[in-house]
Design a protein around this ligand. Structure first.
Ligand SMILES: Cc1cc2nc3c(=O)[nH]c(=O)nc-3n(C[C@H](O)[C@H](O)[C@H](O)COP(=O)(O)OP(=O)(O)OC[C@H]3O[C@@H](n4cnc5c(N)ncnc54)[C@H](O)[C@@H]3O)c2cc1C
Length: 381
C-alpha cells in the first residue's frame, strides 16, 4: 500500500523527542524529506550519567551539537574485581582513539538535541509516509525485569577525578565510577531492596558503603548528591520494522546499563536510518526499511568476523566465545557482539564453565587491539 503525501503531513514522523529521535531528525535535515518530531519541548529528567563512545561523538558532531555539550573524556578505564588483586587497564592510545568515551548527563544531552531540533517539534499527530518510533519504550515488546536496580549519584572525591574511569565487579553487582567535571558519576547495580536502602541512607553512610565497595583507587568519597534509583529492564522487540513503521533506540531495545551501550546503539540506529532514508523516493517503502535492517546487521557481522579471526590467531577458541547478541541477555540476533571469556584450564584441572567476563561490543573495530590485551590479561595473567 502506498501512502500519498498529504499537504498537512510529513514524510517522516518521529514519535518521541528523546536523544535518539532528535538525533534522527537532525541527521535528516539535508535529506529533502519533510520531518516532524512529536514530543514535548520541556525536559524534566533526574541525573543520569551517560558514557558516549567515540562513534557517538562523531554522530553528535555531524548533527552539530557536540561543541555545546559538557562532556568529560575518559583516557583510561580500570577494570577490577572486589576482593581480587588483578586489574585490567584499557588506554585510549591502545585503541587508537582520542578517548575511550565521554561522560555527559542525559538531561543536558537531550536538551541540546531538542534545542537544535526545535523547529521540527510538533505537538500533535500528523499523517506521515513513515512513522519512526523513538518513544523509549514499546508496549508490545517482551520485557524482563532484572533482579537489580541502578543507583546513580554524583560524587566528589579527594583527590578529584581526572580522566580515569573505574569499572568494578562487586558481589552486589557492577559498580562504575565515571569521571565527570572533577567528580565521579556513579552507576551502581544491586538488588532493589539494597538500592532503596542506600538511596535513602544518610550521606555519611552512603559514602562509607561506596568507599568500601569501590576500593582505594578512585580516592576518598567526601560528598554525594543527585542520588536516584533507576529500575533495570531488558526489553527487545522481535522486529524493528513494521507497516510503514520503524523502531529505533530504546523503543527497539532497552539494555542493562552495565553494557553502557543503550544510547550509543540508539544513536547508531538513528544515523544508519538517516543514511538509508537520504535519497529514498518513499521513506515508508518496505524495501527501504529492509535496507535499514540489513545495514544495522552488517555492522555486527564485520565485528564478529574480525573478532573470530583474532581468537583463532591466538588459539583461544576454547576460552573465548563470540556471539551475535548482547551481554544483557537479549535473545534476538541484532547489531551487538558479545565476547565471553572463560578461565583457562590448567593441566589436570576440570574445565570451569563460569565466565570470567562478558562484554558487549557494538561495531567498535578500533577496540580490537585493546580487546586482545584484555583477553591476554584474563587468560594469561
Ligand atoms: C542508569 C542508566 C545509565 C545509563 N548509562 C548509559 C551509558 O552510559 N551509555 C549509554 O549509551 N546508555 C546508557 N543508558 C541507556 C540510555 O539512557 C538509553 O538507551 C537512551 O536514553 C535511549 O534514548 P531514546 O531516545 O531511545 O529513549 P528515551 O531517552 O527514553 O527518550 C524517549 C522520549 O520519548 C518521549 N515519549 C514517550 N512516549 C511518547 C509518545 N507517545 N509520544 C511522544 N513522545 C513520547 C519520552 O518522554 C522521552 O522524552 C543508561 C540508562 C540507565 C537507566
Amino acid at each position: 500500500m502506498r501512502a500519498e503525501p498529504d499537504v498537512r503531513g510529513v514524510d517522516v514522523l518521529i514519535r518521541g523527542a528523546g536523544p535518539v529521535g532528535c538525533a534522527l531528525a537532525l541527521a535528516l535535515r539535508t535529506s529533502g524529506l519533510r520531518v516532524g518530531v512529536l514530543g514535548s519541548a520541556s525536559q524534566n529528567a533526574s541525573f543520569r550519567p551517560i558514557a558516549l563512545s567515540y562513534a557517538s561523538r562523531l554522530i553528535l558532531e555531524r548533527v552539530g551539537v557536540w561543541g555545546a555539550l559538557a562532556a568529560t573524556a575518559i583516557a583510561t578505564i580500570c577494570v577490577s574485581q572486589a576482593g581480587g588483586f588483578g586489574r585490567t587497564r584499557f588506554d585510549a592510545a591502545d585503541a587508537g582513539v582520542p578517548a575511550l568515551g565521554y561522560v555527559t548527563d542525559y538531561s543536558e544531552l537531550s536538551q541540546r538535541l531538542k534545542e537544535a531540533a526545535r523547529e521540527l517539534l510538533l505537538d500533535e499527530e500528523v499523517p506521515a509516509r513513515c512513522v519512526v518510533h523513538a518513544e523509549g519504550w514499546a508496549a508490545d515488546a517482551a520485557e524482563r525485569r532484572y533482579a537489580q536496580d541502578a543507583l546513580v549519584a554524583l560524587v566528589q572525591t579527594q583527590p578529584p577525578s581526572v580522566a580515569l574511569a573505574f569499572e568494578r565487579f562487586t558481589p552486589e553487582g557492577p559498580l562504575a565510577l565515571l569521571p565527570f567535571a572533577g567528580r565521579y558519576a556513579v552507576v551502581w547495580s544491586m538488588s532493589p531492596g539494597r538500592s532503596a536502602t542506600l538511596a535513602a541512607a544518610s550521606e555519611e553512610q552512603f559514602l562509607g558503603e561506596l568507599a568500601a565497595a569501590a576500593g582505594a583507587a578512585p580516592g576518598l568519597p567526601v560528598r554525594a548528591r543527585a542520588r536516584a534509583l533507576q529500575p533495570l529492564v531488558l526489553r527487545v522487540r522481535p522486529a524493528t520494522i513494521g507497516e510503514r513503521a520503524v523502531y529505533i533506540g530504546n523503543a527497539a531495545q532497552t539494555l542493562h546499563p552495565v553494557a553502557g551501550q543503550g544510547l550509543n546503539l540508539g544513536l547508531r540506529d538513528a544515523w544508519d536510518l538517516a543514511q538509508t532514508l537520504h535519497g529514498a523516493p518513499d521513506p515508508g517503502d518496505p524495501r527501504t526499511l529492509e535496507r535499514y535492517v540489513r545495514r544495522r546487521r552488517l555492522d555486527a557481522g564485520a565485528v564478529m568476523r574480525q573478532l573470530e579471526a583474532l581468537v583463532r590467531r591466538r588459539g583461544l577458541a576454547e576460552s573465548v566465545r563470540i556471539s551475535d547478541a548482547c551481554a544483557g541477555g537479549c535473545w534476538m540476533r541484532g547489531p551487538n557482539v558479545t565476547v565471553t571469556i572463560y578461565p583457562a584450564v590448567r593441566p589436570g584441572e576440570r574445565p570451569d564453565h563460569v565466565a570470567v567476563g562478558r562484554k558487549t561490543y557494538v561495531a567498535s573495530l578500533n577496540t580490537l587491539d585493546c580487546l586482545s590485551r584484555v583477553i591476554d590479561d584474563n587468560l594469561r595473567g
